[in-house]
Design a protein around this ligand. Structure first.
Ligand code: NDP
Length: 341
């Protein structure tokens, strides 16, 4: 409804009553448009910066107050003037937080046909492990961090959509991996389900630096950064010489006003330890998706890699599900099921 300052609240969003919908394109849409029935919506932390008044340094455009929220989702094509799609196709990509959407160019460039649902692969996985968060984990870990067998890896927000995958990819690469998360339930999940060698609840640790020293007496080779703030400062002091930090996200900072954001105090460690600290965004790496999908599908099918989802039911539950990300209410990938049909 309006630009947001501080934490987003349900009142910032509004569910509007439905009207008449044509189940065919009318011909008035721009050429290349695709009419879809939305099935699943993805709730992602990057949607919070899009709720703020537009900033120059942002890599993604702000939402338009009063218009339907846009985001990643899974949908069924009802009609299409884009020759890549036919009625009945299942697609994932950028769509709208509404029952039906007309996806118009250039947003249609982000739509991709789904060809592997079923056969042990839930359709909803295209909001997570087989969608944007999956490619993010793969690119961030394998391309940005260049892991080697035997290295030590630390992941923050480790039980979430991206983190649970980074932990499993690290284990598969023969690394020693530790995660942090915000509840006892999540810490247990990290160790018992995702194969982290160790894990801790950062909210219960009086001294993050000491917690990391306990888990990594020899230091950290790779840090997969999801949160920023105090955790980044503690990690910098525990990195090993020639360590790598993939800066994927800084969720602890997203709801803070400009003057309130945490300063990074221990940046000198980057020089002393000759660290490589690299930010990245998933859209730059879309060309790697086919390689990633081919690599990960067999692991999903044979159960080597598991994926935990947190499913909210119905479009009306979407605002609450989205803002829950910023309070750690989600356990695993947060998504919304609108309908299965
Ligand atoms: P998650 O599924 O991990 O959900 C967010 C989690 O962040 C919460 O459950 C909570 O877990 C944790 N969190 C929330 N607030 C704080 C805080 N103040 N301090 C520490 N932890 C907090 O989200 P994703 O896996 O989808 O995203 C993880 C990160 O990756 C985000 O920073 C996101 O912006 C980034 N990202 C970046 C992409 C890119 O292209 N660069 C693409 C996709 C994601 P807990 O209970 O453990 O605190």
């Amino acid at each position: 409804k309006e630009y947001v300052e501080g934490y987003p609240r349900e009142e910032h969003m509004e569910l509007l009553p439905g009207g008449e919908v044509s189940l065919r394109l009318t011909g008035e849409e721009p050429a290349g448009s695709v009419l879809v029935r939305n099935l699943y919506l993805s709730c992602d932390p990057y949607m919070r910066p899009k709720m703020s008044r537009p900033l120059r340094e942002s890599y993604t455009a702000a939402f338009v107050p009063g218009a339907a929220i846009t985001g990643y989702g899974v949908a069924r094509v009802l009609d299409s003037s884009d020759p890549r799609f036919s009625p009945g196709d299942l697609v994932w990509g950028i769509t709208g937080w509404e029952d039906y959407s007309v996806v118009k160019p250039p947003a249609t460039a982000f739509l991709a046909k789904i060809s592997h649902a079923g056969e042990g692969v839930p359709l909803s996985y295209y909001t997570g492990i087989l969608g944007m968060p999956g490619l993010t984990a793969y690119v961030g870990f394998h391309e940005i961090c260049s892991p080697k067998k035997g290295e030590t890896v630390f992941v923050s927000a480790a039980s979430g959509a991206v983190g649970q995958l980074v932990g499993q990819f690290a284990r598969l690469a023969g690394c020693y991996v530790v995660g942090s998360a915000g509840s006892a339930e999540k810490v247990e999940l990290l160790k018992s389900k995702f194969g982290f060698h160790d894990a801790f609840n950062y909210k219960e640790e009086p001294d993050l630096c000491a917690a990391l020293r306990r888990c990594f007496p020899e230091g950290i080779d790779i840090y997969f950064e999801n949160v920023g703030g105090a955790m980044l400062d503690a990690v910098l002091l525990n990195m090993r010489v020639h360590g790598r930090i993939a800066v994927c996200g800084l969720i602890s900072q997203y709801n803070l006003a400009e003057g309130e954001k945490d300063a990074v105090r221990n940046l000198a460690a980057v020089i002393a330890k000759r660290l490589r600290l690299q930010g990245f965004i998933e859209p730059d790496h879309k060309h790697l998706y086919p390689k990633y999908e081919e690599w990960v599908l067999p692991y999903i099918r044979d159960g080597t890699i598991t994926y935990v989802e947190d499913v909210a039911e119905g479009l009306e539950s979407a605002p609450k599900a989205l803002i829950g990300l910023f309070h750690g209410r989600n356990v695993g990938k947060q998504l919304v099921r609108i309908t299965d049909e």
